[in-house]
Design a binder for this molecule. Structure first.
Ligand SMILES: [Zn+2]
Length: 259
């Protein structure tokens, strides 16, 4: 029964994921997020319902448009899959109910912020404030006002100084705001361990890029620019999600380290 529920929750997540794809594509382009059907970018044909089934349509059409055969971006099935994964992970932690809806929307908003950053190399403040609103609610519910505010402000200040002294070379200004809201969302001391974890993830990502660039120079130079700033928000978001998901063991680990 639980597996069946989990599967339904995953499917539900992928459907939300296809909406997130629309937001990623149309936000700040002047197009409506709700109205207007999906079209193929190459041939302009309107896509039917059976071409819009999350993940499955992409697999069945082998990543190509049904009408003209031009390639469809991997972004679509990937975002759908990851949103499904977020939904089922949140479900496994808090079960069905209000908490599930709350944390799923919060993490979906944070995911959207990082996916937008990954794609456009900029933090969209409107998307960030949606997550920020959830962070403020969690902050008030938790009630550890002083320690949460001091730790979150310190983390944000750290990122602000990195931005300031690198002249914007290492990271963008928007990463400061992302780090603040994530810290507020997680609370002390989880926010500290989460930020450290995000540097680890970022480091591993940089090593992977470096190794790939040794294997295929042209591939990397076309897709990723090692010298340009690495989008930090995706790493912070991933670390935050891991930290939240594994929060009790992590807190246990911190207890062992510090006390
Ligand atoms: Zn087409």
């Amino acid at each position: 029964m639980q597996i069946l529920f989990g599967f339904i929750v995953f499917i539900f997540g992928t459907i939300i994921g296809s909406f997130l794809n629309v937001v990623l594509l149309r936000k700040n382009t002047g197009k409506s997020l709700v109205f207007g059907g999906s079209k193929c970018f190459s041939c302009g044909k309107n896509l039917s319902a059976r071409e819009l089934i999350p993940i499955l349509s992409f697999l069945r059409q082998r990543g190509k448009c049904f009408h003209c055969g031009s390639k469809i971006s991997w972004q679509y099935p990937l975002v759908e899959f990851l949103t499904g994964l977020i939904a089922i992970s949140v479900y496994s932690q808090v079960g069905l109910g209000f908490s599930m809806a709350f944390y799923f929307v919060a993490f979906a908003a944070l995911f959207l912020v990082s996916a937008y950053d990954f794609k456009h190399k900029i933090i969209d403040s409107q998307l960030l404030y949606i997550f920020g609103a959830f962070a403020v609610v969690v902050f008030f519910l938790r009630g550890n006002y002083l320690s949460d505010i001091i730790s979150s402000a310190s983390i944000a200040l750290f990122f602000y100084l990195l931005w300031f002294f690198s002249g914007g070379k290492w990271m963008g200004r928007g990463d400061t705001d992302v780090s603040f809201f994530i810290s507020l969302f997680l609370g002390f001391p989880l926010n500290l361990s989460s930020i450290i974890l995000s540097f680890w993830i970022g480091g591993i990502w940089a090593i992977i890029l470096l190794l790939l660039s040794q294997i295929e120079r042209r591939f990397i130079s076309r897709r990723f620019h090692l010298k340009s700033e690495i989008p930090l928000a995706p790493f912070m978001a991933l670390a935050a999600f891991f930290s939240w998901f594994f929060s009790s063991p992590l807190l246990f680990l911190l207890d062992k380290l510090f006390f």
